[in-house]
Ligand binder design. Structure first.
Ligand code: RUQ
Ligand code: CUA
Ligand code: CA
Length: 628
């Protein structure tokens, strides 16, 4: 990460100060702010252009957005759901964080899902991706990585709750994550960024003998299917539209720890994985296991038949597949270029019929600090330029012509963004349905764009209209740390439940325990004592709990099960036990449970903490704790 001053000085000074020019209005893009200077407009035409842009993204009260946007919450650990183009936050889905409102990390259901990693209270999620069927979003699941504690999580999109968390063994820091697109999402591919000794048990410390792996997780079971040991490190990944190949960038082929060391080589590489060959190696038993893990690890180091290492300019970052299925695009970061890899040439590369670099069909120069590329489905790429603080729109076919010696200009437009963009994402861009309507740019710095809120600034998610020839900036949205990436899905591609089904697996273990106790969750209000364990079963109907008083002994392990019998959409109850650190959500027809240790003798009130009724304040009860 560069120092702030370096970043600021990296912003080119134009005659017209950028701040003044853009400070005029957040809608400067509406009148053609290309970063090359605005067109001269009359007051009337300016106003008309502003209104036209506004009408496109303004979603009036009662109207619905066209797209769901899923934003990673970075080191805040959650996933956020936004409506696009309004850019309004609709929901937060806790994943690797603890959430006081929903009780994620507090309830038994969430702890069961978090499994052995429940002791971690933090996460660092970067890459949200939606499951696919034949290259189109099927709207079933969203997957996301946790770099901080080497996990991946799955979110059920019908209820928008995390339902599985897997700790990936043998590696550290899952960063790049992408899904198999074709024939369907059977695998979640994920890259561990840092090299570690194999096994990492204190018997070895040298970097030379450290390696990382590319992992495939079975998307249905969330078990790790196999891992591929590689040379260098792994950054970002993507998969193709045939199901045959996946590719990852490596910026640390040097396996260095110091900054200078990671930049020593002129070229690093894109490593391409041959999925069929890897599966065959696993089937044939051509693998080993490491330490306690049972996961088959195949050797994909240089020289292996399972991989190919295509050299690209040093320290590449993003890796993006074009929606026509033709190209993997590796973004240069330290190089002003992106490398366009023709996927149709990969068969030849694996058959050793052509040289590795022959798979590269263009290497257009776009500007300083290219990080990620996204697509409009009309043959154009949109690449973020971190150092230039711009998005560059360029034409892929023209870039290929230029690479072949033709005198064509492949750059269509450069648009200023504010400031230092990381990911960008166009609507439906990771699927065959890329529709080229909206582009979201996740700018890492907001500087002067919003009211100051102290030394820690929000980031700036910017919305750009890309439906026409020209990109137009139409919206600035401040966000808390730190959306790394987002994905836009058409609203008809996601079907959510309005209320829970009573047989939802999300609370199957509550039902199991109730059955063992001879309790009917939907009807009984009762207390079961089992040694020093106490199970309190209660229903809730706005605005009352089925149990308003129960007795336990100091030090008892108390589990409270609440079944919300309300059937009306939106009537969610809460359960909060005062002075016990206990709080949870119970949505209509849901059962939720929480376990805690009864405190010192005395009276403790519990209350409903989700506003459910005019008499919501009255919805409560008392736990009477007696001396043990
Ligand atoms: S990486 S800013 Cu975590 Cu997606 Cu590129
Ligand atoms: Cu029930 Cu508030
Ligand atoms: Ca390097």
């Amino acid at each position: 990460m560069k120092k702030r001053e370096e970043l600021e000085s990296a912003i080119p000074e134009s005659g017209l100060s950028r701040r003044k020019f853009l400070g005029a209005t957040a809608l400067a893009g509406a009148v053609g702010a290309t970063g090359l200077g605005g067109a001269v407009m009359t007051r009337e035409s300016w106003a008309a252009a502003v209104n036209e842009a506004k009408s496109k993204y303004h979603i009036a009260p009662g109207e619905l957005d066209e797209y769901y946007g899923f934003w990673s919450g970075g080191h805040q650990g959650e996933v956020r759901v936004l409506g696009v183009p309004s850019m309004r936050e609709l929901m937060r889905i806790p994943v690797f964080n603890v959430d006081s409102a929903s009780g994620w990390g507090i309830t038994n259901e969430s702890k069961e899902i978090l499994g052995g990693d429940r002791q971690y209270l933090n996460g660092d999620c970067h890459h949200p991706h939606v499951s696919m069927e034949n290259g189109r979003y099927d709207g079933k699941y969203l997957f996301i990585n946790d770099k901080a504690n080497t996990r991946i999580a799955r979110i059920r999109l019908d209820i928008m709750k995390t339902d599985k968390v897997t700790h990936v063994p043998n590696v550290q820091a899952i960063h790049g994550l992408r899904l198999q697109k074709v024939p369907r999402t059977n695998y979640v591919f994920c890259n561990a960024e840092f090299v570690i000794p194999q096994p990492n048990d204190g018997s070895e410390y040298s970097l030379d003998k450290s390696y990382t792996m590319f992992s495939a997780i079975d998307a249905d079971t969330m078990e790790v299917a196999w891992q591929v040991l590689v040379d260098g490190n792994l950054d970002n990944a993507d998969a193709d539209y045939t199901g045959k190949y996946a590719a990852s960038t490596c910026y640390n082929s040097e396996k260095a720890v110091d900054l200078a060391g990671t930049m020593r080589n002129d070229r690093d590489w894109v490593v391409v994985f041959n999925i069929e060959r890897i599966e065959a190696a696993v089937r044939n038993g051509d693998f080993r296991t490491i330490g306690d893990s049972k996961v088959p690890v195949v050797n994909g180091r240089k020289g292996s038949e399972l991989t190919r290492y295509i050299p690209v300019p040093k320290n590449p970052h993003g890796l993006n597949t074009s929606p026509d299925g033709k190209y993997f695009i590796a973004n240069g970061k330290l190089s002003p270029t992106v490398s366009v890899i023709a996927i149709e040439k990969l068969d030849d590369i694996f058959a050793d019929r052509i040289e590795l670099r022959d798979a590269i069909v263009a290497e257009p120069e776009l500007g300083l600090g290219p990080l990620h590329t996204t697509f409009d489905g009309r043959g154009n790429g949109y690449t973020t330029l971190f150092i230039d603080s711009q998005v560059c729109k360029w034409n892929i076919a023209d870039a290929i012509r230029h690479y072949n010696g033709e005198d064509v200009n492949y750059i269509r437009q450069k648009l200023d963004v504010h400031y230092q963009p990381g990911h960008n994402h166009a609507s439906l861009t990771e699927s065959r349905d890329a529709d080229g309507k909206w582009l979201v740019v996740l700018s890492k710095f907001s500087k002067d764009r919003f009211l100051p809120v102290g030394p820690l600034h929000p980031e700036n998610d910017q919305l750009i209209d890309i439906s026409g020839e020209e990109m137009k900036l139409v919206h600035d949205g401040p966000t808390y740390a730190e959306p790394h990436d987002c994905i836009l899905v058409r609203r008809d591609q996601i079907k959510t439940k309005k209320i829970y089904d009573r047989d939802d697996p999300y609370f199957a273990s509550c039902r199991k325990q109730a059955e063992q106790d001879g309790v009917t969750l939907e009807a009984d209000n009762t207390v079961i004592r089992d040694g020093n364990k106490v199970r309190v079963y209660m229903t809730s109907v706005a605005p009352q709990f089925g149990v308003t008083e129960f007795k336990v002994k100091e030090g008892d392990e108390v589990t409270v099960y609440v079944t919300n019998l309300d059937t009306i959409e939106d009537v969610t109850h809460g359960f909060c036990m005062v002075n016990h650190g206990v709080s949870m959500e119970i949505s209509p027809q849901q059962t939720a449970s929480v376990t805690f240790t009864a405190g010192k003798p005395g009276v403790y009130w519990y209350y409903c903490n989700w506003f459910c009724h005019a008499l919501h304040m009255e919805m409560g009860g008392r736990m009477l704790v007696e001396k043990a």
